[in-house]
Every structure is written in C-alpha cells, then in structure tokens.
Design a protein around this ligand. Structure first.
Ligand code: ADP
Length: 929
C-alpha cells in the first residue's frame, strides 16, 4: 500500500525519476549502472519504456553512451560512491536532448536522478549564443575541468574555435596577457566578485592584444564548491584603445598646458626650452622630447632634452659640429611634421634611436611667421604616430614654443627701442643728436633749436665746431671712446650759443648699429649752465670757508672718523699750527695717539668718540701740554654727518689760558671780598651794639639831666611870677634867660631822649582810637604863639569830618609838632604854613605840612631824615636845632607803618607829607631792635 502510494505519487510529478545502482569493475571503478525504477515522466522525457529497461544496464539500453562527450557513468558513479548531491545541465548525445539533472545518493552504490527536459530552453539559448557578438561559454570544474560550451564568436574574438576550447581546458590561461594572469587566477579562485565586469587582456591567435570584458555566473554544489562558470566575454579592445589613446592625448594636453603656463612666466630661452622639454615628458604624454635652437647663422646654439639618459649629450656634440640627424634635416626642409615610425630602421646613425620598437618620433621645425628658431622632436607610442589628433597637438606645442621665442625676440627688440627712446626722451629739456662716427650731425632733435639756438641747418656739419676751443680736445676724446668701446660715455664742455655766448653742456653718448649695419652715435645733451654756476658758487663758498678756516683766531682742525674709535687728522689752520706748535705736516695723517702719545691721545680720542656717539656739537675744556707749551683750551667739536654717520669732525679750540688765569685772580679777589664783607658785617654788628650802648647811655643821661632841668625851669618861672618878691629889670632879664635856655635845653634833651629811646628799642607804643582833627586843634593852640610871633598864617584844613586813627596819640602829636615847628622856623615872616589831611586811595590818611619857606636843596632831600643832618651845618647858621626832629618823625611814622617824604624847591617852600594806615593794625614794635 505504502509502496503503491509512493509509486502513484512519483507517476504524478512532471519531473523524470529514475532509481539506479552503480556497477563497479574489478578495480572498484564505476563501469555501468542499472535501472531499478522509473516513473511515468521518465518514460515521456526519455522515450524509453520502464518495463523494458528496469533491471537492465544503461550500456545495454543505450550503447552509444560510451561515445558521449560527457561521461555519464563516471559522473553518476562518483555521486553513488561519495553520497553527494548535485545538479547539472547536460546534453545527452544518445537521446539527443538537454536535461537538467538533479542527482543524489540515498545509500551507497545507489543513486536517484530527477530531471527535466530543457532541450527547448537550450535550443533557444544556443540560437542566441550562436548569433551573439559576444563570447559565451560554460566552463565546468566537475567532474573534469573544461569548457562544456563556447560559442563560435570565440573564433573571431580570440582566434580559437569552440572545439579548440573544448580540447584545451587550460586555454584561457594560455591566452591571457602576462600582465593580467594574476587577476585571472584570482578570479577563478573566487577572490574577485563574479558579478562585476572584469577587463582582461588576451593574446589573439594572430598575436594582437584583445581586451575582453568578462562577467560570469558561478554554480556551486551543496558543499559550496564552485562547479561551473557560465559567462559572457565582450571584445572591448576598440573601446580600450580609444581610452588608452585619450589617456595619452590627455597627458599630452597636460604637458602642453604646462608649457603654456611656462611660456607666460619664463623669458630666458635657455630655461624655457629645458623646462618645456621637462613639462612635455613629465606628464608621460611623450616618452622623450628635445629642442635645438639656432643662432643668426643657423648654427645650433642651445639644446635641451628630457627623457634620455646620456644619448642626448652625444647628439648635442653632433649638433654643435653641424651634424644634423635625419629627422632634423627633414623637418627643416618643410613645415610639416616628420614622422619616424620605425626609428630603429631609419635613424641608424642617430644616438637617440630608441631600443623600443613601440616608439615613433615626431619632429618639426619651430617656426613663427617666417622666423625659424630651431627644431623640436618628441617620441610617442608607435600606434599614435599617425594619429591626426596627435599631430594637431604636437603642432600646437610647436606653435606655442615658436611663438614665445618669437615674442622674446620682439621683446628684446622692443626693449632696445625703448632704451633708445629713453635716451632720446630723457628729459623734455634735453637735446638729442645723432652723428656718424666722424661726429657729423645725422639727426638733430627739434629741441636743439630751442635750447641751443640752432637747428637742422647744422646737419652734415661737424658737431665739435661750436665748442669752446679749450674744451674741444676733451670732448673729441670722449667721443672717440664711444666709437672705440661701444660703451656709454659722458662729457662736459662749453658750447657757443648764437645769443647767449658760451653755455655749459653735459652730454651722454652711446653707439648703436643701424639696420643697415652702420654705426651711429646717439648723444643726449643737457644745458648745465645753471648747475655750473651753482658749482662755482659752491666753489666760492668753499673758498670763503677756507678763508674763514685759515683766517680765524681759533685753532681749527679737521678729523676723519676711522673705524674702531680711531681718528685721523686731515688738516689744521694757521692758528692751530701757531698755538699748538705742530706743523701741518706733523699732524696730517696721524691719529691722536700717534701725535700726542697714548695717554693724551686716549683723552682726546674719548672726546672725539663722544662727538661721534652724540652726533651733535660738544664743548669742553682741556688742558694739554703741546710743543707750544702748557695751555688750557676751550674746544668745540662739530660732527659732519653723511648717510646718518659721523664721517668727519671739525674741531675749533680757543686758547683760554689767560682767561683761566684771570678767572683764578678773580676767584681770589672774590674770596678776599667775601672775607672783608664778613669782617665788615661783624664790625657793623659791633657798631650797632655800640650805638645801642650809646643810645642807652644818652637815654639814661637825658633822663638824669631832665629832672634837675625841670627844677631850673620851674623855679625860674616862679621867680618870674614875683610871688616870692619883686625882681628888678636886670634880675627879670637874667631869670627870663635862665627859663628860656632851660626850656631850649629841655627840648633838646627831650629830642635826644626820644630818639635814643627809639634806637635802643625802649620806647613803647600805646595805640588808641582818636580823631586826628582833635590833634590838629591841639597843635594850633600850642603853635599859635610861635606863628603869631612871626606873623605866619597857620592854616589847618581837614577834608574829612572823621579822621579816626588807631595810633599812639603822643607820637602822632610829636610828628605834626616837629613838622609844623620846622615849617614856621624855616619860613620867613608874613608867609604861610598849612596843615591838610585827607584819606588817600590806598586806605591811608595823608597828612601834609607845607610852607612857603626857604626850601631844601635837592641833594639834601634824602639826608635830612638822618639824625644830626641839617642843610646848613655851619656854626654860623641862622636856625636853631640840632637835626634830630625829622629823624624822630621818620622813626615814629615808620613805627606806625606809614611813610614820610618831602617835596621841596629852594626859595619856594617845602611840603612834608606822611601817611598813616587806617585799617591795618599798627605793627607792634616792642620786639624790634
Ligand atoms: P632842626 O630843625 O633841629 O635843625 P630837623 O631834623 O628838624 O632839625 O631839621 C633838619 C634840617 O632840615 C633843618 O636843620 C633844616 O635845614 C631842614 N628843614 C627842616 N624843615 C624845614 C623846612 N620846613 N624848611 C626848610 N628847611 C627845613
């Protein structure tokens, strides 16, 4: 039942099913297999009847199987013995059908096949494959490696027929290009992805390289081993060649681009051609490159190369000897590119003939317009030797290099022209002439007439004819030198201007070759009369300076600053020579140390160095013993600066020995004076204290005198009153004399007492507030009798109602009393004395006592305030007094912080004025000496 069920199941499936047992020979090698079971689908797919074949061997059923390319028995035997499972697509020759067979072994020696007929698919595949442009193949690794299918296209792609493929399983490895062998091996080993197209080179049967892009589908067995590869190979040789060519051209383009960049930067032809060669080869566009340039005589003058070893050196030597290689000879003959496609054959004598048969040479002359500069040659892959694009690009490089060489020549010419033009147009105020080598004018610039007074009428004449006779020789000499040396030369000379007379000219001449090959002298002329005058002036100044230098009383010297703090005398003036005792010859060229010895020289150099350091004039005194004797000098060093460095020092020294001595004397005298002054001061101090003692003595004595004198006056007054009894006339007269003399003496004693008190500092000041007007009234009362006695009009005028002062009332009264007393005394009878008082602007009260008396001589005005000074000091004088009144006035006024002075005119009268401060506090005098 169970078997029946399986049987009916097997009969229902569409796949063919067969159960077999393998048969081994004596050596245990499979040699046949027998059918044990088949299903209905088997019978349909094979056309064999199950009942006829079961129990039979395959060799009995299909004896032709032994002739099949595919060894079925070996294939199945391997599975029946190993127990593996696999699937194959295989053509069965005896049945003439394609099957996809799945084989497995359920137990050793037995195997099952499950298969379908794929003949129709296969047919379709083959139709396609057979007509494909691509190479299509199937390669199986099991049971034995080899192609199982290769389409006929293989014959055209690699030159080998499918049969040749089937017969040689190793064919791919035989054909692979040596450079790609490794890649193919890796590919087959599965180390490279199968699904990615792989580009490999194979060698065609005809020996050419074929590029094949291949892509495969791998087939694996159940254990993961690669059993087959189905693949497609496309001939991409053309594409590859285009790519390769493009790549090459790209490299050439890069080389050209670099050359173009170089052309812009490099103007030196030597560098230019060398770098051009380098650029052309370093991008690998060209294998090698070389350039040879000609000089005017068409001799090779410059060569450059790149990509060679030492071969080019040999060629250079040949070129220098005029031995041109074949390609060069050809290239110079026409302007087309010369192609040497097989140098080995054509360039037998050329040291550059390449060993490689792969290379071809392209050679062309370097030409722009009609100028031929030389030749250039490059080597390229042989296959591109005739490539149009290759030629175009080579032409481009040739054109570019030729153009830059042409440009450089033009530049050179332009530069020369510019230099020429520059010379001609050096200055708007310059004149340009051109002469032949004899000095005859061949060209005269328009400015010639304007500046030198004559124009084209000079053409053909000799240019030296108008020169000052004294200058002709030197000018001709300078001209001759230009002709002989072809170098620029200068000259200065006088030229006879038709209107101005001789003017000074400077000329710069140069020679050049005209296009016709004749030599011309081009001369640029400039009027330098003004400069000459300035130079004359400078010369005059220099002369004047020289006069000053030599004529000055000061000793002068010029020192040159050398290196390392060393100095050298250049010159000295007469004064220097006289005052130092050194002659100019002795000094000139010597260093200070050489001239003065080390010690003195060091000192002198130190000062010079100071001047160099500070860069400003310096002054100093120096004491030097020179041949002319010991002297003190006042020296000034003035630096002469050039380019910010002190180059010279002008020294000027004054002999101040005399002055120094005088100064010393003066110092001595001063010292003496000082000592004397100190002495005098001492004496004055002593005198002052002596004066003080005197004053004290007087004050004391006066006091002692006053007491008895008061008794004398008092008792004589009493006697005169006759209260003690009558007096006769004589007695009255005598007593009256006693009284008068007593009073006079008392006045004198009082004055002495007052003055000595002030001088000894013993007087006390008692300030109080009082109205000055009141004091004036008291004065009027006291003085009235005196005034009346002389019929003098005593006027008191006060402009202010209130003249309040803060002062010592007794002293103020004494001041006014003394002044009025003097005024009345020195004023004749019937004249006028007046007292006025007002407040002055400076917050002071001004009191004036004026009279119309005898006046005071001008020379006495200052003195009269000093003690004991009187205008009439003689013993015969007509006015009483001892000359103390005004001294007391002065002291008292000053004690109050005021001033006293007098204005007077002889015979007209005097005005005594004093001031008293109103607001200021009265200075306290107690402490004053
Ligand atoms: P005395 O009047 O006692 O000689 P004074 O010191 O008062 O001393 O005066 C000094 C001198 O100044 C006087 O001797 C006189 O020569 C002169 N003198 C002073 N006042 C007047 C005056 N108003 N007119 C002219 N001479 C005067």
């Amino acid at each position: 039942m169970k078997i029946h069920s399986i049987k009916s199941f097997l009969d229902r499936i569409s796949e063919g099913y067969a159960y077999h047992r393998i048969i081994l020979d004596e050596s245990e090698t499979p040699c046949d297999y027998e059918f044990l079971d088949v299903n209905s689908a088997f019978e349909e797919l094979t056309g064999l009847n199950g009942s006829e074949i079961i129990g039979k061997k395959i060799t009995e059923i299909l004896p032709d199987i032994r002739n099949d390319v595919f060894d079925w028995i070996e294939f199945y035997g391997k599975i029946a013995l190993s127990g593996e499972e696999t699937e194959i697509k295989q053509y069965s020759k005896p049945l003439d059908r394609w099957y996809r067979v799945n084989v497995y072994s359920p137990e050793k020696y037995y195997f099952v096949t499950l298969f379908t007929d794929i003949s129709k698919d296969e047919e379709r595949f083959r139709r396609l494959a057979e007509n494909s442009q691509d190479l299509i193949y199937r390669y199986e690794f099991i049971p034995t490696p080899g192609f199982v299918y290769v389409n006929p296209t293989s014959t055209s792609i690699v030159g080998y027929t499918p049969e040749e493929h089937y017969n040689n399983p190793n064919l791919p490895f035989d054909l692979i290009h040596p450079k790609d062998k490794g890649t193919l091996e890796k590919y087959v080993q599965g180390l490279l992805p199968f699904d990615k197209p792989l580009e490999l080179r194979y060698i065609h049967k005809n020996g050419q390289v074929v590029w094949i892009e291949q892509k495969s589908i791998p087939f694996y067995d159940s254990s993961g081993s690669l059993v087959a590869l189905e693949g497609i190979g496309r001939d991409i040789t053309q594409k590859k060649q285009i790519e390769e060519r493009d790549n090459h051209l790209q490299k050439v383009i890069m080389g050209i681009r670099n050359v173009n960049q170089l052309i812009v930067k490099e103007s030196n032809p030597d560098e230019l051609i060398q770098k051009a060669c380098d650029n052309l080869t370093e991008t690998l566009g060209y294998y090698t490159a070389w350039i040879a340039l000609f000089d005017e005589k068409q001799d090779v003058s410059l060569t450059a190369s790149s990509g060679f070893n030492s071969e080019f050196e040999i060629l250079t030597k040949q070129l220098e000897n005029g031995n041109h290689p074949y390609c060069m000879q050809e290239a110079l003959r026409s302007d087309v590119i010369i192609i040497i496609d097989s140098p080995l054959e054509k360039c037998i004598d050329c040291p550059l003939k390449s060993e490689s048969s792969e290379r071809a040479a392209l050679c062309c002359r370097l030409q722009h317009n009609s100028h031929i500069f030389g030749v250039i040659s490059v080597s390229v892959p042989k296959k591109y030797a005739y490539l149009e694009r290759e030629h175009d690009m080579f032409k481009e490089v040739v054109g570019d290099i030729a153009f830059v060489l042409y440009n450089r020549e033009i530049e050179e010419e332009k530069k020369q022209q510019e230099e020429h033009l520059l010379l001609m147009t050096r200055n708007m105020n310059d004149v340009v002439i051109e002469t032949d080598i004899d000095g005859n004018y061949t060209y005269i610039s328009p400015s010639h007439k304007r500046i030198l007074g004559r124009g084209d009428e000079l053409l053909g004449q000799n240019c030296f004819s108008k020169l000052h006779p004294d200058d002709q020789e030197s000018a001709k000499g300078a001209f001759q030198k230009i002709v002989e040396t072809c170098k620029e030369n200068k000259a200065e000379y006088r030229y006879l201007h038709p209107d101005k007379g001789y003017i000074w000219l400077e000329s710069i001449g140069t020679s050049y070759l005209k296009r016709n090959g004749e030599m011309s002298i081009l001369i640029n002329i400039r009027d330098i009369t003004e400069r000459k005058m300035a130079e004359d002036q400078a010369k005059n100044i220099a002369q004047e300076y020289e006069t000053v230098f030599q004529g000055t009383q000061d000793s002068m010297f010029l020192v040159q600053v050398l290196e390392n703090d060393e100095f050298q005398y250049i010159r000295t003036n007469k004064a220097h020579q006289e005052s130092t005792g050194f002659s100019l010859e002795e000094v000139r060229g010597k260093t200070p140390r050489e001239l003065l010895g080390k010690k003195k020289g060091d000192l002198v150099c130190a000062n010079y160095a100071r001047c160099v350091e500070s860069k400003v004039p310096i002054f100093y005194e120096e004491f030097l013993t020179l041949p002319a004797g010991k002297k003190v000098w006042m020296t000034t060093l003035t630096p002469i600066i050039r380019d910010n460095d002190v180059r010279y020092i002008v020294g000027s020294s004054q002999d101040i020995t005399g002055r120094k001595l005088a100064e010393k004397g003066l110092q001595k005298a001063n010292k003496k004076l000082k000592e004397t002054m100190i002495k005098a001061n001492k004496m004055a101090l002593q005198a002052r204290s002596a004066n003080k003692i005197k004053s004290e003595f007087l004050a004391n004595t006066s006091h002692e005198l006053r007491t008895p004198l008061n008794s004398v006056i008092g008792f004589s007054e009493i006697l005169l009153e006759e209260s003690m009894g009558d007096l006769n006339d004589t007695q009255k007269k005598y007593v009256s004399n006693i009284s008068k003399s007593g009073k006079h003496l008392l006045k004198i004693i009082n004055e002495i007492l007052d003055l000595s008190r002030t001088e000894s500092g013993k007087i006390e000041i008692h300030k109080e507030k009082f109205d000055l007007n009141n004091v004036f009234e008291e004065i009027r009362e006291v003085m009235a009798s005196q005034a009346i006695a002389k019929s003098i009009n005593l006027q008191i005028t006060s402009n202010e109602n209130n003249l309040t002062v803060f002062a010592d009332r007794r002293m103020i009264k004494q001041i006014i009393f003394n002044l009025v007393d003097n005024a009345i005394k020195f004023t004749p009878q019937n004249e006028k004395v007046s007292i006025t008082a007002k407040i002055s602007n400076e917050n002071k009260i001004l009191v004036s006592v004026s009279d119309t008396g005898i006046g005071i001589p001008e020379n006495k005005i200052e003195e009269i305030f000093d003690p004991f000074i009187q205008v009439d000091g003689s013993t015969k004088r007509s006015y009483g007094g001892i000359g103390l009144g005004l001294s007391i006035v002065k002291k008292y006024v000053e004690m109050h912080g005021g001033d006293v002075w007098v204005e007077s005119k002889i015979g007209e009268g005097s005005i005594f004025m004093f001031t008293l401060p109103i607001k200021q506090k009265v200075i306290c005098f107690e402490s004053l000496p």
